[in-house]
Design a protein. Structure first.
Length: 143
């Protein structure tokens, strides 16, 4: 049986066990990635004001602060822009990794191998149980 690539050819019982274990861990890590992205989003939504104020210095008046130059021209604080851009790039990179991971899981399930299918389901369920313990937030039900 070929799994995704021709070089990944499984012919033995040990091979299918190891392959299933790999995809179970992969699905488990997928849930961990989703939980980490959610954590970053929530912590930044509630706590980034303090972080950004730290980088703005004493001239900053808070998140999105605009300071008045001596000539009367309003300029956006470049440090604020740099921090916001960095946070957005991190979230964008993690979104890309999450999307690629989910597509790989979909493709491996579409090999129609029962053992791999069950391994992905078990890994995903255990990952959800571990990483989402006590969280009843269904805002990302499609991700």
């Amino acid at each position: 049986m070929t799994v995704l690539f021709e070089i990944w050819d499984v012919k033995t019982t040990a091979g299918i066990i190891l392959t299933s274990l790999f995809w179970a861990v992969f699905a488990f890590c997928y849930q961990g990635l989703k939980a980490f992205r959610s954590y970053l989003n929530k912590s930044c939504s509630s706590g980034c004001t303090g972080i950004l104020n730290k980088y703005l210095g004493p001239q900053g008046a808070g998140y999105g602060a605009i300071r008045q130059e001596q000539e009367g021209v309003r300029q956006t604080n470049w440090r604020l822009h740099l921090v916001q851009t960095s946070l957005q790039l991190v979230q964008t990179s993690l979104q890309l990794v999450q999307t690629v991971t989910s597509y790989f899981l979909m493709l491996v399930v579409m090999t129609y191998n029962v053992w791999i299918f069950l391994a992905v389901l078990v890994g995903d369920a255990v990952g959800y149980l571990v990483f989402q313990w006590g969280s009843f937030d269904n805002s990302e039900h499609c991700n």
